[in-house]
Design a protein around this ligand. Sequence first.
Ligand SMILES: [Zn+2]
Length: 326
Amino acid sequence: MICSGCLKDHEKGYCPKCLKELFDGRKVSSILPFNSPYAEDAEEFLDHTKKISISGVQVKYSLRLENNELELAEAGGQYILKPIPTGTFKHLDQAPANEHLTMQIAKQVFKITVPPNALIFFKDGSPAYLVRRFDQTSDGKLQQEDFAQIAQMTSQTHGENYKYDLSYEEIADLIKTYISTYRIETEKLFRLVLFNYVFSNGDAHLKNFSAIQSAQGGYVLTPAYDLLCTRIHSPNESDMALTLFKDDFPKTYEAYGFHTYEDFYEFGQQIDIKESRVKKIIAKFIETHELVYTLIDRSFLKDDLKKTYMRYYKDKTKRLGMMQRS
Ligand SMILES: [Zn+2]
């Protein structure tokens, strides 16, 4: 059997390390004590819970830990639960497994900071993605703002598509303006932009990046969230939610019709990351990582989608490796 948290070998449910990260060591089952919102008693589920937000087609629920059991919370839950979304995108039943796999790859292979997360199952067997909230501490809620809020952009000021209205370069500019440790935070952004490109997350818009107050009082980027291979659900979408640069597309992009090494190299330079660091960070994404293949293989995706996920990944690393500088 496989741990539904870290995807390593484990007899049943979550391994001790995942139990510690997710539930402070309490023995919580990987099967929830209630049915999914799509089961026959769905109406009851919806009556007794409060949706904490609806972003696109994804309904999220708030959960709290009561003894060793997770239960639905009206407010102030410590966990967010994302069941299978509804809508017209493809393979939506695979979305929880997709997000879980992508978050685990980010954490285990690329050492990107992510909140503790796992796949969990409703009593009726339907999967959901479970993530521990990072904005709540024992002292209360930490001040957090996404980059649409930081840029003061809303649907009123910038229209329906406001979340897509800036470039990644402009996010870096905002980081420089508002965050004193911007050198570290800009590298985090750079790594995330590369990750999203390589793993075909085409929906990394302004609201999917946030800054949060740190224990020292200053602001830092939050752990990464909402990472998934959106191309599986929307095969014809564009490669990136935002453009890299605030001005034109780079010349090499015009030549190939997609991003290659040169574009990310230039982007890294443009946002003031040292050249040696830029090269090192990009190289890490071009390198072959056996662990990526292992995690895909052990994930909860259906077999045919494991192949698709792998194909998309290989396709992108190949593009990123084109015209690599030595
Ligand atoms: Zn585990």
